[in-house]
Ligand binder design. Structure first.
Ligand code: NAP
Length: 520
């Protein structure tokens, strides 16, 4: 029997009372560890986090909490190698892909520690300036941001067990809210281990960080009006969260990051030999293959001028042909596996749906795997699809295949390209490739309303740009509509979710006595 990982709740390590669910190596098929949350006293866990963890965090200033984040950074850095081992074993990722999750998490934490330090030794933040409420200035209104006095529940997706925890926990803890994280079961080990290391190091107040790995049953029932829930996962589960009485009736604040049909758009007039064309091809291949396409921000739809369609298909296909797939322990492997056989089946099913409306332009499914048994490993070679009638191929704009699959779509003119990008019904990100600054700016403004982030790649930023799919803490992550309607990161904007805005109406003397700085 494999080890049963303990949960950390109510300030102590606790094993579930059930048999547990086995977490597997998606390449070798072996069982690694088990998780189980059966029998936990959830009411006690949430009350302890709220009352003990929350009170201790709120007693500290922003600068003191920023110092806690920096201490977390040091703990995680000191255990970094073990996180890479867990990622290889449990997520089947090659080193570069594990880095996106693990080092991305540490980087994000470090950023919030620096930003938080600059907020200083205060316990509330000013939101804008004071405004007079009448003709005279004797009575004014000042908006404040104060930490919410509840607990932040994170229900996370399987694809980012490290970053998914810390990109949310950094702004939450900095804001003074305690965190309970429920990682997706398939890859819960890395999340659990990071929490264990941080708890053991004693760098956070007791109750500030808890982990419950296993079933999600009963978690949402615990939420009270001042709590928040941040969910990342499928649109289907997002619907369950939104419809739960905690959100629907008790006004628990919910942030939803769901699936997204992101696009990449080569601007009109860019010929196959152009630099913009090559930059698009490079980014598409990177996005299709990093983490085997299991990134919520990955490019799913590639929009190119109709006259460039064939050349783009050829260029992307040629690059995909160079991607070796298989066991991430073999240094020659560029792309590891999906996180589980269940995800492989789901990606194949989604691909079958798209195939009814698209043709295969490059098929990596039958290429031999390196050091991996295709009957066991959750590996899948990249597949480039194409649909010459982009308007008619509705499932391409609707079905997110969470794997190394993207579809090439031709457009007639700029207006058609913009309309196709918006057929995703709201996406996390789109990237634009071109040379003409005015045309790029026009397109960026046109698609901004339906995208949380617009990533513009011109030849002069070829080496400097941060990548279509890389979520940087300085920029917002989250998109409208289909993408869930959430907003995370974006620098200190992320603190909004964990704060309550309140307008204090008083005399200038009282407002001055509040002594709080701006939330810039
Ligand atoms: P999922 O099945 O919806 O699961 C997400 C999380 O919800 C898991 O922790 C899961 O726990 C939990 N869960 C399942 N049923 C629940 C319920 N009834 N009540 C409360 N929690 C419940 O999604 P997934 O398959 O793990 O994730 C893949 C999806 O996430 C993709 O569609 C991807 O686009 C999206 N995603 C979005 C972002 C973003 O930032 N927008 C980032 C990453 C992924 P169990 O694992 O125990 O079932």
């Amino acid at each position: 029997m494999t080890e049963l990982l303990p949960n950390y709740a109510a300030g102590r390590w606790q094993h579930g009372t059930g048999p547990g669910t086995a977490l597997r190596d998606p390449v070798l098929g072996t069982a690694l560890v088990r998780v189980d949350a059966a029998g936990l006293d959830l009411a006690e866990a949430f009350a302890f986090a709220r009352d003990t963890g929350g009170a201790a965090l709120r007693a500290a200033t922003y600068r003191e909490r920023a110092a806690m984040l920096m201490a977390v950074v040091k703990v995680l850095q000191s255990h970094r190698d073990s996180y890479y081992e867990i990622a290889t074993a449990n997520a089947g990722t090659v080193k570069n892909d594990s880095a996106v999750d693990i080092d991305g998490a540490i980087f994000t934490l470090g950023q919030y520690a620096r930003w938080g330090d600059a907020l200083g030794d205060v316990r509330a933040l000013r939101d804008g300036g004071a405004v007079k409420l009448g003709k005279e200035t004797v009575f004014q209104s000042q908006h404040l941001q104060v930490p919410r006095q509840g607990v932040a529940l994170f229900i996370n997706a399987f694809n980012f067990p490290a970053w998914g925890l810390w990109e949310k926990a950094a702004p939450a803890l900095l804001s003074g809210m305690p965190v309970i994280v429920k990682p997706a079961t398939a890859t819960a080990w890395l999340t659990q281990r990071m929490v264990q290391d941080v708890v053991d190091a004693g760098v956070l107040p007791v109750g500030a960080l808890s982990v419950i790995a296993g079933s999600s049953a009963g978690l949402m029932d615990q939420l009270q009006p001042f709590d928040v829930v941040s969910f990342t996962g499928s649109a289907e589960t997002a619907g369950v969260i939104r419809g739960h009485p905690a959100v629907a009736q008790r006004s628990v604040r919910a942030n939803i990051e769901a699936d997204s049909l992101n696009s990449a758009l080569l601007l009109p007039g860019e010929a196959p030999g152009s630099e913009a064309f090559h930059l698009l091809v490079r980014e598409v291949v990177r996005e299709m293959t990093v983490k085997s396409g299991q990134k919520c921000t990955a490019i799913r739809r590639i929009l190119v001028p109709a006259e460039v369609y064939d050349a783009a298909a050829e260029a992307i296909g040629a690059k995909l042909a160079g991607i070796t797939v298989g066991n991430p322990r073999n240094d020659s492997v560029r792309m590891g596996s999906l996180v589980s056989r269940a995800q492989l089946a789901s990606a194949r099913e989604g691909l079958a749906t798209l195939l009814a409306h698209a043709t295969v332009l490059y098929d990596g499914r039958n290429q031999p795997l390196v050091d991996a048994d295709p009957a066991v490993a959750a590996c899948m070679g990249p597949v480039l699809l194409g649909a010459r009638d982009a308007d008619a191929a509705q499932p391409v704009h609707d079905v997110e295949v969470f794997g190394p699959v993207a579809t090439l779509l031709p457009y007639r003119d700029s207006a058609h390209a913009i309309a196709l990008a918006q057929r995703g019904q709201g996406s996390l990100v789109t990237s634009l490739y071109g040379n003409d600054e005015a045309a790029l700016a026009h397109t960026a403004l046109a698609v901004a309303a339906s995208h949380g982030r617009v990533h513009v790649v011109t030849p002069d930023v070829a080496q400097a740009h941060s990548g279509h799919g890389n979520v940087m803490p300085m920029s917002q992550h989250g998109g409208p509509g289909r993408a869930g309607g959430g907003a995370e990161l974006g620098g200190l904007r992320a603190l909004d979710f964990y704060h309550q805005r309140s307008a204090v109406q008083a005399s200038p003397a009282v407002l001055a006595a509040l002594g709080v700085p701006d939330l810039a």
